[in-house]
Design a protein around this ligand. Structure first.
Ligand SMILES: *Cc1c(COP(=O)(O)O)cnc(C)c1O
Length: 399
């Protein structure tokens, strides 16, 4: 069948909430995707920062195949070995205390909000429920996560959303202080803002927030759904900063393509918030998803992926910097590790560049309307970066 026919039939059946690129991906190998016409694409999007291991990892694939043969699902009414193993690994690598597995990032945010509110309710009563979030943040599409997402365009059609959310400006500690009151229960932020345009937190900003939280027993929720899992050169970005959250959310690369997320609690919150009956999910943490999580952690260790990210990052940044210098419609590069963005100048469309790159056999993403986003699999080598730059230059040369 031709791609146009797959696309037409898909559009007939699937609710139109995405403007998809006219490409039907069918198979994958290493850091390349192949479409139904046999055309190959170098993948610097990784399914939106998901496929950290690249597509050819045999250990990961075998772990899933074995688990499928053994047991795919049981529900959370019972114990399973993969649940134990995955939870231990995530707990130990995060250095936190307790793990709750979800099926997505947005559900991890929902759980984090519920845990924070319950903690505050038990300790301070029902009046202390406000959550401070950041403008230009992104935390997901379910209504609770949407309520804390700092993008009115995403929020407004679905109101009234959850009450008690205030928005401060990212990297502006005074704007946070101005919102703190005896009603504040939690502060939520991405350690590196993703969809909002690839903005790493200033160390002083994060330290300032931590201080506010510690002083007032306000819970710090760090959303590491995109920036975590090794992408920025440590398992979780806050580990680099030395600023531990009370609750952390993770997803995207956690299962490397098998849908899974988690919220992870420190001792304080785990010991005094939700109890049996307060929270649940039918699928969350099922054996198949947890086998994926477990295999991902095993491969991170086996392949020394985090060291690899640290080693290759300077080269990656140097090449992106050179690109930014070369074309006068590119404004600046920002980012951390393998989570990089290039802001384009006004009058230039990042979306157009990404669309043309796709035609030229390169998958890159955008963040907002004016940032090119590069979130490749963590296994890329310098040669893949060279090839990416080459393909991107063929596009930029035509602008
Ligand atoms: C992608 C993302 C989410 C939402 O995750 P889903 O799995 O799409 O629900 C939340 N927060 C951040 C920072 C993200 O990048």
């Amino acid at each position: 069948m031709k791609a146009t026919e797959y696309i037409a039939r898909t559009e007939e059946a699937v609710f139109h909430t995405y403007n998809r690129f006219p490409v039907v991906f069918e198979s994958s190998d290493g850091v390349y995707l192949k479409d139904t016409d046999g055309k190959e694409y170098l993948d610097f999007g990784a399914g939106i920062a998901v496929f950290a291991l690249g597509y050819g990892n045999e250990y990961y694939k075998n772990a899933l195949k074995n688990q499928i043969d053994k047991l795919i699902h049981t529900s959370n009414l019972y114990y399973s070995i993969p649940l134990m193993e995955a939870a231990e690994k995530l707990r130990d690598k995060s250095g936190m205390d307790k793990v709750f597995f979800t099926n997505s990032g947005t559900e991890a945010i929902e759980g984090a909000i519920k845990a924070a509110r319950k903690y505050s309710l038990l300790k301070y009563g029902p009046e202390r429920y406000e959550i401070i979030s950041m403008e230009h943040s992104f935390h997901g599409r379910s209504t609770g996560a949407l309520a804390v997402t700092g993008n009115a365009h995403y929020r407004d059609p679905f109101g009234p959303l959850m009450d008690g959310i205030r928005f401060a400006n990212y990297n502006d500690i005074e704007s946070v202080k101005a919102l703190v009151s005896d009603k504040t229960c939690a502060i939520i932020l991405e350690t590196v803002q993703g969809e909002g345009g690839i903005y790493p937190a200033d160390p002083a900003f994060l330290a300032g927030i931590k201080e506010i939280c510690d002083r007032n027993d306000i819970l710090l929720i760090l959303d590491e759904i995109q920036c975590g899992m090794g992408r920025c050169g440590s398992y979780f970005v806050w580990q680099k900063y030395g600023t531990a959250p009370d609750i952390m959310t993770t997803a995207k690369a956690l299962g490397c393509g098998v849908p899974v997320g988690a919220f992870v609690l420190n001792k304080k919150v785990a010991g005094a918030s939700m109890v049996p009956g307060d929270h649940g999910t039918t699928y969350g943490g099922n054996p198949l998803a947890c086998a994926a999580v477990s295999a991902v952690f095993d491969q991170f260790e086996e392949l020394h992926l985090i060291d690899h990210v640290r080693e290759v990052t300077p080269y990656f940044e140097e090449k992106l910097d050179a690109l930014t210098q070369k074309y006068d419609f590119l404004k600046e590069r920002r980012g951390m590790g393998f989570m990089q963005g290039i802001e384009v100048k006004e009058g230039t469309s990042a979306g157009t560049i990404a669309a043309k790159a796709l035609e030229a056999g390169l998958v890159i993403l955008t963040a907002g309307s004016n940032v090119l986003r590069f979130v490749p699999p963590l296994v890329i080598e310098k040669t893949d970066i060279d090839e990416m730059i080459k393909r991107l230059e063929t596009v930029l040369d035509t602008l």
